[in-house]
Every structure is written in structure tokens, then in C-alpha cells.
Write a protein that binds this ligand. Sequence first.
Ligand code: NAP
Length: 320
Amino acid sequence: MSYENPITGDQILRVGPVNPAVAAILADEFQATVLPGAEERNAWLEEHGTRIRVAVCSGKIGVDSDLMKQLPNLEAIVNFGVGYDATDFGQADQRGILLSNTPDVLTDCVADTAMGLYLDTLRGLSAAERFVRAGTWASGQNFPLATRATGRKVGILGLGRIGQAIADRLEGFKTEIHYHSRSQKEGAAYQYHASAKELAEAVDVLIVAAAGGPDSANLVDASVLAALGENGFIINIARGSVIDEAALVTALQQKTIAGAGLDVFAREPHVPSQLLELDNVVLLPHLGSGTVETRADMTSLTIENLRSYLKDRALITPIS
Ligand code: NAP
């Protein structure tokens, strides 16, 4: 389709750092504009903000409330990543700004990461590796016994695309699967619980796979951790904001839960210093989707969304 008012490179804004392959395509194929850093940003936006019609961002940076207000003619936001909680979705919706993300293509890798954390956390694999490297095994000591990973009761908080892929993998570990989501899933063979707390009470391991954002902030609070109990484990591959991080640190320090496996944190890349001292927590640097293959698929889908918007004024994977 051809438009009287086609979108040109100076109307496409790259917001913050994005995946290097996306950045290269934005520069080479689209001659997109890059939003300047904090010091020059406001002056630049005052002068050029009105001309921007499409923004491309990472899920981490997003287009926040203030920036969106400074882009009065924004029509579409193309988000690299499935999570879009850094973008002010409410304002976008109100203003009729379209938003796309990259669902499905990263589901398997994030679910694999959850399984890595599940096994590592229950069996203490990272701690055991540190034990070998420190020469403690060679000095004649034995590594402490861990917790059996097969046959456990596991609760999935957020049975969406990634939650379901985690459940599929867990079936191979002869687990009994329970879940809580905003809505009960018709046809799901797993036991539904009406709240995060009820789910935590029913299981040995709680795996957090719920979308981030204002609705799910601190969904796992001190009372949910207390319900999980001293033999319970928690795994988080979703967003740091879903767990009350201070309550989690206290629970791990006081051993009112048995352990945690975390790929995500409340204020990344900051990891609470207390966690660095503890052996009952496995810490990863938000690498859930971080494989060469998946990042290439996410890049393709991001660029396809942009091309589609420029050509047809429609996104391929819009968030409704
Ligand atoms: P999805 O299919 O949209 O699933 C999200 C699930 O979260 C849905 O089941 C939804 O419930 C549930 N949920 C949302 N708000 C909730 C609330 N307040 N209480 C209870 N459940 C709630 O998304 P996805 O593709 O599975 O991705 C899930 C999340 O994983 C993303 O939003 C992102 O933050 C995170 N993620 C992390 C990484 C990483 O690198 N670690 C990578 C990719 C994604 P309903 O089904 O009832 O709506």
C-alpha cells in the first residue's frame, strides 16, 4: 500500500540501546534517528519530538510515560522482547498508539532457563561447582545433600506461553503441576488456585512466569513466601517487580524458604548485595532468551513488525 504521508527515517526513533543487529538494521535500512542521551534529551525532544511517528525500543527500556508525552504524534511502538512493562501501555492505549512485542519465538529458551534454575536451585549445582573450584572437595569434604527435583509439587504463577512451556518440561520430571493466573485456563489439566498465596501453600516449588507491570507488582509478597514455607523454593524468570525483593532477601537470609533461583531483579543490573553472600540462591544476569538463535528470531520479528507498520500501518504481533 502506498501512503500520501510515508514514514521516513527521521520519523523513526530508536529509544535507548537495542540489540546490536536491530540497531544496525535501523541505521542501514531505515536511517532511523537515535534518541540522544539524558543530558541532551529534553532539548532534542522539544525541537524534534513532534516529527516522531514510530519508536523502536527494548523491553528493558521501553517508552515510558514522560517520553511518550514528548512524542505527541507517535503512532506505533515496536518492542524487542515479549515483556513491555517498561512502556506506559495505559497511555498508549488511550492515545491509540499501537504496540508490538516478540511473543512465541523466545518461549522455549526462557522455559529452558527456568528448568536450568529449577535443577540448579534444588540440587545446588552452582554451589557444588564453587565447592569443587575452591578445592573444598579435594581437601576431603563432601558436598551437603540437596533436594530431589523429580516428583515434586510445582506451582506456576502465570500459565501463559512461557508458563505452559515450563509445565510441558516439568511433566518429564513426574511433577504434580498447579497454577494461578488471572483467569482459569479451560482445558488445562493442572489444579487451579484462586490466589498466589493459595498456590504457594499447595506446592514445594513456585515458578514465577507472570507478566510484569503495575497489576502484578509484589504479587509474591512476604505472606506468599511464608505460605511456601521453609522447605519451599522459588524460581523467577518473569520480572523482578513480581516479587517483593526485600521480603525475598529476608526469607533467604532467615531460611524461612529453602532457596531461590533468579534470572530477574527489581532494579537490574543491581543485585542486592546480601544475595551475593548466600549459597541458597542461584543468580543469573537476565539471560532467559539469551541464545544466538532466539535473539536472531527476535530481531527478525521486531524488524518485520516495523516493515509491516511502514507498509500497511499494521503490526504483525500487536498487543491488544
Ligand atoms: P503471556 O503469554 O502473556 O503470559 C503471561 C501470564 O501472566 C498469563 O498467564 C497471565 O494471566 C499472567 N498474569 C499477568 N498478570 C497477572 C497477575 N496480576 N496475576 C496473575 N497472573 C498474571 O506472556 P509470556 O510470553 O508467557 O511471557 C511472560 C513474561 O515472561 C513476560 O511478560 C516477561 O516479563 C517475562 N520474560 C522474561 C524473560 C527473561 O529473559 N527472563 C524473557 C521473556 C519474557 P492470564 O493468562 O490470566 O492473562
